[in-house]
Write a new protein. Structure first.
Length: 182
């Protein structure tokens, strides 16, 4: 194949490095045009991108070969979309935590921000255990795992897209609560 399963873990980092400057330039350009969306909208869009990335994995099963393997392009597209979503949320989120927190609580609020990542990783671990396929010899074929994984990815996609839509719908209220912080 193009790369080993372990090597695909670097795709997210690669896309973050490649896309960080263009997305930053996009926000700057939109600001100059007075079109830069406020933070809640960026979060909502980021969640939509993340959800769509998992939807790409969910539909990839329809293109599986005779061994249950899907084309690499699905994984590449998924990581691209997930990275865009991450870049819409993470840098903006860190910045807004310091803007919105009272001065005496900034360090605490930053700790809460990073603690939320720890909780997210716990949830990911739980989901991973739910999607695990048991095997006596540790060897399973692609078709045994395909339906379990694609169903799991579809569920994750639905939750992320749903959360993104909720954030977008609630954005006017969140904007008001944020006051003058963009």
């Amino acid at each position: 194949g193009i790369m080993s399963a372990a090597q695909t873990n670097s795709l997210n980092s690669m896309f973050i490095i490649i896309l960080a400057i263009p997305i930053s330039m996009m926000w700057t350009w939109l600001s100059k045009k007075n079109w830069n969306p406020r933070t809640p909208y960026k979060f909502g869009l980021g969640l939509l991108f993340a959800g769509i990335s998992f939807y790409v994995l969910a539909i990839s099963g329809g293109s599986a070969n005779e061994n249950g393997f899907v084309p690499f392009t699905y994984l590449l597209l998924m990581y691209f979309l997930l990275s865009v979503g991450e870049l819409f949320m993470s840098p903006v989120g860190l910045s807004k935590m310091t803007d919105l927190a009272p001065a005496r609580l900034i360090a605490f609020i930053m700790g809460v921000w990073f603690l939320s990542s720890a909780f997210a990783f716990q949830i990911v671990g739980f989901i991973g255990k739910q999607l695990a396929i048991e095997s006596s010899d540790g060897d399973v074929n692609g078709f045994e795992t395909l339906t379990v994984y694609t169903d799991g990815f579809l569920l994750i996609a639905k939750y992320a897209i749903g959360a993104g839509l909720i954030v977008l719908v609630a954005s006017p209220i969140i904007k008001k609560l944020m006051g003058k912080v963009h």
